[in-house]
Design a protein around this ligand. Structure first.
Ligand code: 1GP
Length: 231
């Protein structure tokens, strides 16, 4: 079963998924088996390269699928199980919409890695997050729900297989319940939500509003021992 089939199968069974985001520039603080409490392991989100050794280290401690979530085209490692092949749909910068994808297309295709086409929508998280700086693209204000919903819907109609609503790592304001709700009503592909989620209740609220996958990075970097509390 590939990663998309795994996600769709869980979704069909009505199961929500927790993705733990690991930064390749930081030490992995989880012990063997602990990450199995999550459903997916995302790797990336910073500027640092992703070494094969980093993927090997994760594999040594968990059987969960390892999915690349690159901050730039150099964050690629064929050792992972799949790649979130993202297009920043909230941007009007052609480089983020299609340019970087073209630059990395040949290498990715030749690697044979599973590619997951994903519409990535930056939403204002209340503080200047690194993802906004990396993308150099303004996030959509949280009150522009119609624009956010239309952007997600356009992504689905363009053939994306996943939509990611991103408030940015360490966001003060996570993506609101109203936004998740509205986007859920509009699309029928898996919906990922992340940025600033730090408690089991916040995760559950996002699931209840319609998120299929919640991504948590910062909180588990500080408190890896709390992962089991989220299930
Ligand atoms: C960032 O959405 C992810 O890309 C996770 O954000 O680090 O705030 O959990 P946090």
């Amino acid at each position: 079963m590939n990663v998309l089939e795994y996600i769709l199968a869980k979704r069909q069974m009505g199961q929500h998924m927790l993705a733990v985001l690991l930064d390749p520039e930081h030490e992995i603080r989880f012990r063997k088996g602990e990450l199995d409490a999550a459903d997916l392991i995302f790797v990336g989100g910073s500027t640092g390269a992703i070494s094969p050794l980093f993927i090997d280290k994760i594999r040594a401690i968990t059987h969960r699928p390892i999915v690349l979530f690159p901050g730039n085209p150099s964050q690629f490692s064929p050792q992972a199980d799949a790649l979130l092949y993202l297009s920043v749909l909230s941007s009007r910068n052609p480089d983020l919409l299609v340019g970087r994808q073209i630059d990395s297309a040949q290498v990715i295709a030749q690697s044979g890695i599973e590619v997951l086409p994903m519409g990535y929508i930056l939403i204002d998280g209340g503080i200047p997050t690194s993802v906004v700086q990396t993308c150099q693209s303004a996030p959509i204000p949280q009150d522009q729900i119609t624009l956010i919903t239309s952007t997600a819907l356009a992504g689905q109609m363009m053939g994306k297989q996943l939509i990611y609503l991103e408030a940015g790592s360490g966001a003060k304001n996570p993506v609101s319940i109203d936004i998740i709700n509205a986007v859920r009503q509009a699309i029928n592909i898996p919906l990922i939500v992340g940025g600033g989620i730090t408690t089991p209740q916040m995760m559950k609220d996002a699931f209840r509003a319609g998120a299929d996958i919640v991504v948590i990075g910062n909180h588990f970097e500080r408190h890896p021992e709390e992962l089991h509390l989220f299930y």
